[in-house]
Structures are given as structure tokens and as C-alpha cells.
Design a protein. Structure first.
Length: 129
């Protein structure tokens, strides 16, 4: 078995693994985006009332309010905080950054698909040499 045959075999394995994992991950990332929609930056007012901390924001032509969760970033005193709101549902807002699941799935999908494409090119290279 010479070098070109080894390159073709390794390239074929990489293309099957890379494209087999990368393309479904890219489809999953597109599905997550379709379900949750894009996130838009807003300012959220942090207020304290009756010993509880609440977030208030204006989006979609209406005012919204909800208590802050323990895992969310909250300023110790009342004030303004940066946040994001879902374009599909203005009642869904987060204090801080949007969730990172879609970004992680998209990055993994791009890396695996890229390895698969490079493997596919490597497996086809002996045909032209």
C-alpha cells in the first residue's frame, strides 16, 4: 500500500466521521435558531420590592416583569443592567448574555464538517495524481 492509497483511506474515514457528525450538528443549530429566534439587546431595570429582586423591561410594545432567578447576574443595588430579549417572544428576557448552546453546537458542526470536507478532498486526491 503506497502513500496515496493511505491518504485516500485516511481521507475517506475522516470524511465519513466529519460529515456524519458535522452536518447533523449544523442542522441542529439551525433548528435551535428557528425555535428560539434571534436575541436582541435591551436594557433591563433591576428593582427590589418586598425583599425580592425583579427585572423589568419594555419589548414588543408592552412592559414585562419577572423575578430574577438565582443563577442570573444581578446588581446588588437597583439600577440598569444589560440584557437580551427573544424576538419571537418578547416576554422571554435574560439578564446578561444569551444562551450559548446554539453557538457551541454551530461551532462544533463547522469544525466537524470542515474536517469532513478536508478528508473528502484528501480521499479524492489520488484520482487526480
Amino acid at each position: 500500500m503506497d502513500t496515496l492509497d493511505t491518504l485516500a483511506l485516511v481521507g475517506e474515514v475522516l470524511s465519513w466521521v466529519g460529515l456524519g457528525i458535522g452536518l447533523p450538528l449544523l442542522l441542529l443549530a439551525m433548528l435551535i435558531r428557528a425555535v428560539e429566534g434571534p436575541w436582541r439587546s435591551i436594557e433591563i431595570a433591576i428593582v427590589e420590592r418586598d425583599g425580592s429582586v425583579f427585572a423589568r423591561w419594555f419589548a414588543g410594545g408592552d412592559f414585562h416583569e419577572r423575578p430574577l432567578r438565582r443563577d442570573e447576574f444581578a446588581t446588588p443595588e437597583e439600577g440598569w443592567a444589560a440584557g437580551v430579549v427573544s424576538a419571537n417572544d418578547p416576554a422571554r428576557a435574560r439578564v446578561g448574555d444569551p444562551p450559548h448552546l446554539r453557538r457551541v453546537v454551530m461551532t462544533l458542526g463547522i469544525v466537524f464538517a470542515g474536517v469532513g470536507v478536508i478528508g473528502l478532498i484528501g480521499s479524492l486526491l489520488p484520482l487526480f495524481l
